[in-house]
Design a protein around this ligand. Structure first.
Ligand code: CO
Length: 132
C-alpha cells in the first residue's frame, strides 16, 4: 500500500521579499505570487514544493513561532484525496488535531493540522487538493 505523498514543506520567514528570491536562486523554480490568508495571519508564497510563510504581525501563530524559534522549518504537509476521512482515521489512531474540521488554506485547498505533540515534534498539515 502506498502512503500519503508529501505535498510540501513550509518555512517560517521574516520576509517573502527576501526568502522568495533566495529559494528561486537555490532551486531554479519561480516563486508564486504571494497570497494573503488573513484568518491564518500569514502571507504565503510557493517556490516549487517549498511554502514560505511570512507572518502578518507578531501576534499571529507564525509571528510567535518566529519570535520563539527564529526562521526555519515550520511544518510538513501530506496530500490526501479525502481530508475528512484522513482526519477521522488519524483521530481514531490517537493523533491530536489542531483543526477538528478542515478549513481553507493556501491555494484554495482544504487543510487541517495535527498537533506536534503526537507527531514526534513536527507540525503536520494534511492537504486535500481542490478539484481532487
Ligand atoms: Co502548508
Amino acid at each position: 500500500m502506498h502512503g500519503l505523498p508529501l505535498d510540501h514543506v513550509a518555512l517560517a520567514v521574516a520576509s517573502l521579499e527576501d526568502a522568495v528570491p533566495l529559494y528561486e536562486r537555490l532551486s531554479g523554480a519561480r516563486g508564486s505570487v504571494p497570497e494573503i490568508l488573513p484568518a491564518q495571519g500569514v502571507r504565503v508564497a510557493f517556490v516549487g514544493d517549498v511554502e514560505l510563510l511570512e507572518p502578518l504581525g507578531e501576534d499571529t501563530p507564525v509571528g510567535r513561532f518566529l519570535e520563539r524559534r527564529g526562521p526555519g522549518l515550520h511544518h510538513l504537509a501530506y496530500r490526501t484525496p479525502d481530508l475528512r476521512a484522513a482526519l477521522a482515521r488519524l483521530v481514531a489512531a490517537g493523533f491530536q488535531t489542531v483543526d477538528a474540521e478542515p478549513r481553507r488554506g493556501a491555494r484554495g485547498h482544504l487543510v487541517a493540522f495535527l498537533h506536534p505533540r503526537a507527531t514526534g515534534g513536527a507540525l503536520v498539515e494534511l492537504v486535500q487538493i481542490s478539484g481532487s
